[in-house]
Design a protein around this ligand. Structure first.
Ligand code: NAD
Length: 357
């Protein structure tokens, strides 16, 4: 198997993750790592070069691919420099701070003729792949609603992630993943409109909460919600909450958690024109929202999907060696950035924004 010589720029949280994964994966050799803060290189594994500057990394003929894992506001310049050095590039998400930056990067990448993709490894999250499989199977009939949400208790973000100028905030951090998942799940569907609420609930500079509603031309309205200070007592055990929900006219499905648990849920027969039974509740009588009669709710297991983040680099290796394509296309990342611009516009104007029409 070909060994791709890869170098990492940025040896922080994600740089360490990449170093660990790529040194255990077949088909890669981590040639070296650079970081503008030399202290970050103190624990680079034995056998891997420590570059004292990015220029040294770019000049190293053993490096075929540069993996950029530096702060978000560095991606633009680093991608351009790597391309000009003739290196192929994997850039961390968000690929750029905005579409204008990305267009400039794409231009140089094209001129230099290098390969360029983005680390959207959350397309291989198990919870996502399971709900995607349910959607792809079409078992829920016509889907009308889809929800992708993530909640945590610790609204305080850290380091540069609290600085706007460096690309901090949860939209850039997790929003980019959650939106990418929804768009990639329904690749043929166009977004007609976007309504968003983006807030700094307990942070001073950067967003730490958002609710985004996307109206698609396939009839689906998707809700993407993230709260970093969104408290329930269930978090005592789980420390975060991760949920997917899809509703169709032939059933619903949910998948919860990163170690996912989910079900497809249907009624024993469709309830069109079934007369409602009068039920007394503590909040008064109801004919529509009483408990379901015995046997009315039936469940099926969601499909089991075996996948993990290493699959991202397996796909990369295959595509790099000419078998198939990179999973993540730059045009898809451009669409996500454009959507995030519409999200911010809607949040600012407090109005919905037309998109892709
Ligand atoms: N795909 C994912 O799941 C995921 C998860 C976390 C972070 N990220 C992304 O990874 C990137 C890094 O985030 P992080 O949380 O690891 O940050 P971090 O602060 O932990 O690490 C970033 C490192 O890059 C170094 N750096 C910054 N600019 C540099 C430059 N011009 N040249 C060399 N080194 C430079 C910093 O000194 C730091 O050590 C961001 O783009 C972030 O969005 C992706």
């Amino acid at each position: 198997m070909k060994e791709i010589g890869i170098a990492i720029i940025g040896h922080g949280f994600m740089g360490h993750e990449h170093e660990a994964m790529l040194t255990r994966l077949e088909g890669y050799r981590v040639v070296g790592i650079s970081d503008r803060d030399p202290e970050q290189l103190a624990d680079v594994k034995e056998g891997i070069k420590r570059y004292s500057a990015n220029e040294e990394l770019f000049a190293d003929p053993e490096v075929e691919v540069v993996l950029i894992a530096a702060n978000n506001n560095q991606h633009h310049d680093l991608v351009i420099q790597a391309a000009q050095a003739g290196k192929d590039i994997i850039c961390e998400k968000p690929v750029a701070m905005n579409t204008k930056e990305l267009e400039e990067m794409e231009q140089v990448v094209k001129e230099c003729g290098v390969k360029f993709t983005v680390h959207h490894q959350r397309r291989y999250d198990q919870d996502f792949r399971i709900i995607k499989e349910v959607y792809d199977q079409g078992a829920l009939g016509e889907v009308y609603t889809l929800k992708n949400s993530l909640y945590g208790f610790n609204g305080n973000m850290h380091d540069w992630h609290v600085s706007i100028s460096e690309g901090g905030g949860m939209l850039y951090d997790w929003g980019v993943h959650l939106l990418d998942q929804v768009l990639w799940m329904m690749p043929g569907a166009k977004i007609k409109s976007v309504f968003a609420d983006v807030r700094n609930v307990i942070n001073f500079e950067v967003d730490d909460y958002f609710k985004i509603l996307l109206r698609f031309d396939n009839g689906v309205t998707a809700e993407v919600e993230l709260g970093t200070y969104f408290l329930t007592d269930k978090m005592q055990e789980k420390w975060f909450e991760r949920h997917w929900f899809i509703g169709g006219n032939k059933g619903s499905a949910y998948v919860d958690g990163f170690e996912p648990e989910g079900k497809i849920v249907r009624t024993s027969h469709l309830l069109t024109n079934v007369a409602g039974q009068r039920t007394m509740t503590a909040a008064g009588p109801t004919r529509s929202f009483g408990p379901p009669p015995e046997g009315r709710i039936v469940t099926e297991d969601v499909p089991g999907i075996d996948t993990c983040h290493e699959d991202y680099f397996r796909n990369y290796h295959q595509a790099y060696c000419g078998e198939g394509e990179f999973l993540v296309k730059i045009s898809e990342t451009r669409r996500v950035l454009a959507l995030m611009e519409a999200v911010r516009k809607s949040a600012k104007s407090e109005e919905s924004v037309r998109f892709e029409e």
